[in-house]
Write a protein that binds this ligand. Structure first.
Ligand SMILES: Nc1ncnc2c1ncn2[C@@H]1O[C@H](COP(=O)(O)OP(=O)(O)OP(=O)(O)O)[C@@H](O)[C@H]1O
Ligand SMILES: [Mg+2]
Length: 620
C-alpha cells in the first residue's frame, strides 16, 4: 500500500492552473448569479411602498415596470444557474481528466514490482472511484462554497440597504441556527455510520450462515434456533438504526423550515419595537426582509455541510497524489542508446548478477554468471522457486539487478532505450495474456504496421492459423466475445505468433508448466521450433524436447547455477540434473504430463489413478 500524503491546498489549486481562464469564467458566473438576487428584495420594497401603497395610491405603470424587472431577474438568474452548473461541471471534468490521465501515464511508467502483490484492485479503485469522487468534490464542494458564501454576503448587504436595525436582529438568529444545524448534522453522521455498521453485520451473518457449510454446521449441531435468534437481533438493531437515520434526515429539513417560519415573526416584532422607538421602517421593507431570509439560512446550512466534505475531499486528493509521488524504479537514461535491430547479433550475458525482489528478505538470484552466444538455445531447469523466471525477467529488464549486469551485445540493459530493448527481446510468458480485441490485433500487438499477410504467415508458423479459420469471424474474432474460448495451448500459440511477427533477435521463453493434451503439445512443439530457430533463446524448460535441443543447460537452484552442460554431459555427471531428470521425466520414459496423466515418448498415454477410475466407471 502506498500511504496517503498530507496534501496542501496549494497543490490541489495547482491542478486548476492550466485552466485558469475557465476558473475565472466560472467565478464570474457564480458571483453574477448570486449578486443579481440582491435586486429582488429591493424591488419588492418598491412594489409595496411605491407602486401599491404609495402616498398617491396605486401606480399601475410603475407596478408593471417593476413586475417586468422582477420576472426578468428571475429568468436571468435561472439561466445563470444552469450556466453555472454546466461550467463548474465542465471545469471539474477537465481538471480531473488531466489528473486521471497523468495518474495512468505515471502508473504505466512504474516497474513490475510496483504492481506485484495484491495491489491491482486497490489501483483500479483508485483510478475510478477516487478520481470520480474527487471530481464531485471539485465541482460540487468548491462551487457550492463559493456560491453560498456570496449569496449569504449579498443577502446581508441587501438587508443593510433595507434596514440596519432589522439586519442586526436577523443576524442574531443565525448563530442559533448554526448551532442547531451542527447538532443535527453530527447526529445525522453518527446515525448513518451506525446504520452502515448494522447493515454490514447483517450481511456477514447471512453470508456465514446461509452457505452450504454454515447451514450444515448449524443443522448438525442443532443450532438453528440460535442462528435465528442472532439474525433477529441484528435485524432489529438494523431496523432501529435505519429508522433513526431516516428520522434525523427528515428532521434536518423540518428544522430549516421551522426556522424560516419563525424568523419573520422575529422581524415583525423587531420592526414593531423599532418603529415604536421612532425608526423609519416601511411596510415594504418588512416584506422585503422576510423574502431575504431564505437567502440567508439555506446558504449557511449548505456551507456547514460542504465544509465537512472539504476535509474528506482533501484526503481523497492525498491518496491520489501519493501514487503520483512514487518514483518509478526503472527509468530510461537520458542518453539511452538506440540499437539497430538489424545489426544486433544477440549475445546475452549475465555477469555476477544478484537480485532480490522488493520487500523480500532472501535474494532470488545470488551470483548468476553465463553467456548465451548468438543463435544458441540456453535451457534453465531447476526446482520450483529456484529463480528461473526471475532470470528471464531480468533479460527483458522488468527488473534491474541489484549487483552485476545483464548485457545484450555488450550493452548494459540500463543504457538501452526502452524501445530498442523491446524490439530486441521477445518474451513468451508462462501464462499467455490475450487482451480483449481481435485475434489479428492480438497477434500484431508489437507491430502495428504488420500487414494481414504478415499476420497470417506468423499464425501459420505458430500452428494456429487453421484454428483461427475455424471461427466464423476468422482473424477478426474478438477474444472473449460470443463465447470465444481459447484453450491454454491455443493462447500460447497466439502468443508465439505475436513474437514471431515481432521477430526479435533474443527470445525469452518461460514454458508453461500446465499440462496440455497430446495434440496440443505437438502443435506447441512445432510452433516453438519455428520460434527458437535463428534467435538467441533463453528458455525455462519443462519439456524434454526443449531440454534435449539446448546447446547448454544451466541447473538453477536457490538463485545459483549449480551445474552446466549438455544433456548428455549432465546426465553422465550424475548430480542435481540427473536427480531432477529422474524425478521429472521418470528416466526418459515420460515425455510430458498432460491433464489426465502422462504422455510417453511413443505417444501412449498413461492415465493417473483418478482418471483411470473414471474411465473404468464410464466403461461399466
Ligand atoms: N514478484 C515477486 N515478489 C517477491 N518474490 C518473488 C516474486 N516473484 C518470485 N518471487 C520469489 O523469488 C523466488 C524465485 O522465483 P521464480 O519465479 O524465479 O522461480 P522459478 O524458478 O521460475 O519457479 P517455477 O518453476 O515455479 O516457475 C521464489 O522464492 C519466489 O517466491
Ligand atoms: Mg517460473
Amino acid at each position: 500500500m502506498v500511504e496517503a500524503n498530507e496534501v496542501s491546498w496549494k497543490r490541489i489549486a495547482a491542478l486548476f492552473h492550466p485552466h485558469r481562464r475557465r476558473v475565472i469564467y466560472v467565478v464570474v458566473v457564480v458571483v453574477t448569479s448570486s449578486v443579481i438576487g440582491i435586486a429582488n428584495p429591493l424591488l419588492v420594497q418598491a412594489v409595496f411602498d411605491r407602486a401599491l401603497f404609495g402616498a398617491d395610491g396605486v401606480r399601475l405603470g410603475l407596478l408593471v415596470g417593476l413586475v417586468v424587472a422582477m420576472v426578468t431577474i428571475a429568468l436571468v438568474s435561472g439561466g445563470l444557474g444552469v450556466l453555472q452548473t454546466i461550467e463548474t461541471n465542465r471545469l471539474g471534468q477537465t481538471v480531473l481528466r488531466d489528473l486521471r490521465d497523468r495518474l495512468y501515464v505515471h502508473l504505466q511508467s512504474q516497474s513490475l514490482s510496483f504492481f506485484s502483490g495484491a495491489r491491482t484492485g486497490d489501483l483500479q479503485s483508485r483510478l475510478s472511484s477516487d478520481v470520480s469522487n474527487a471530481q464531485n468534490a471539485v465541482t460540487t464542494t468548491l462551487s457550492s462554497i463559493l456560491s453560498n458564501a456570496i449569496t449569504f454576503a449579498s443577502a446581508v448587504v441587501a438587508m443593510l440597504i433595507l434596514s440596519w436595525q432589522l439586519t442586526i436582529v436577523t443576524l442574531l438568529v443565525v448563530p442559533l441556527f448554526v448551532l442547531a444545524t451542527r447538532w443535527v448534522g453530527a447526529r445525522r453522521k453518527q446515525y448513518t455510520r451506525e446504520a452502515q455498521q448494522h447493515t454490514a453485520a447483517m450481511s456477514v451473518i447471512t453470508q456465514e450462515t446461509l452457505s452450504v457449510s454454515g447451514i450444515t454446521l448449524a443443522k448438525l449441531f442443532g443450532q438453528q434456533q440460535r442462528e435465528i435468534d442472532r439474525f433477529q437481533d441484528a435485524s432489529a438493531q438494523l431496523a432501529e438504526a435505519s429508522q433513526r437515520q431516516q428520522v434525523i434526515g427528515q428532521t434536518f429539513f423540518t428544522m430549516v423550515q421551522t426556522f424560516l417560519g419563525i424568523t419573520p415573526v422575529v422581524v415583525y416584532l423587531a420592526a414593531g419595537f423599532a418603529i415604536d422607538g421612532g425608526a423609519d421602517i416601511s411596510a415594504g421593507t418588512v416584506v422585503a426582509f422576510t423574502t431575504l431570509q431564505s437567502r440567508l439560512f439555506f446558504p449557511v446550512a449548505r456551507m456547514l455541510e460542504t465544509i465537512v466534505e472539504l476535509s474528506s475531499a482533501k484526503a481523497l486528493f492525498g491518496r491520489i497524489f501519493a501514487y503520483l509521488d512514487v518514483e518509478p524504479e526503472i527509468v530510461e537514461e537520458r542518453s539511452a542508446i538506440e540499437l539497430d535491430r538489424r545489426t544486433i547479433t544477440g549475445v546475452v550475458a549475465f555477469e555476477n548478477v544478484r537480485f532480490a525482489y522488493p520487500e523480500a528478505d532472501v535474494a532470488a538470484l545470488d551470483g548468476i554468471d553465463f553467456t548465451a552466444e548468438p543463435g544458441q538455445l540456453i535451457a534453465l531447469v531447476g526446482p520450483s522457486g529456484a529463480g528461473k523466471s526471475t532470470v528471464l525477467q531480468l533479460v527483458a529488464r522488468l527488473y534491474d539487478p541489484r549487483e552485476g549486469s545483464v548485457t545484450i551485445d555488450g550493452h548494459d540493459l540500463r543504457d538501452l532505450s526502452f524501445s530498442s530493448l523491446a524490439n530486441s527481446v521477445g518474451f513468451v510468458t508462462q501464462e499467455s495474456y490475450l487482451f480483449a480485441g481481435s485475434l489479428r490485433a492480438n497477434i500484431a500487438y508489437g507491430r502495428s504496421d504488420a500487414t494481414i499477410d504478415d499476420i497470417v504467415e506468423a499464425a501459420r508458423r505458430a500452428a494456429i492459423h487453421d484454428r483461427i479459420l475455424e471461427f466464423v469471424d476468422g482473424y477478426d474474432t474478438v477474444v472473449g466475445e460470443r463465447g470465444t474460448r481459447l484453450s491454454g495451448g491455443e493462447r500460447q500459440r497466439i502468443a508465439i505468433a505475436r513474437v514471431l511477427l515481432a521477430d526479435p533477435r533474443v527470445l525469452v521463453l518461460d514454458e508453461a508448466t500446465s499440462a496440455l493434451d497430446t495434440t496440443s503439445e505437438r502443435r506447441i512443439q512445432r510452433a516453438l521450433g519455428e520460434l527458437v530457430s535463428g534467435r538467441t533463446t533463453l528458455a525455462v524448460a519443462h519439456r524434454l524436447s526443449t531440454i534435449q535441443a539446448a546447446d547448454t543447460i544451466h541447473v538453477v537452484d536457490r538463485g545459483q547455477i549449480v551445474e552446466s552442460g549438455s544433456h548428455a554431459e549432465l546426465l553422465a555427471l550424475g548430480g542435481a540434473y540427473r536427480a531432477l531428470y529422474d524425478e521429472q521425466f521418470d528416466g526418459g520414459r515420460v515425455e510430458t504430463r498432460c491433464s489426465d496423466g502422462v504422455v510417453r515418448s511413443d505417444g501412449t498415454v498413461e492415465y493417473d489413478h483418478a482418471e483411470q477410475r473414471r474411465l473404468v466407471r464410464a466403461a461399466r
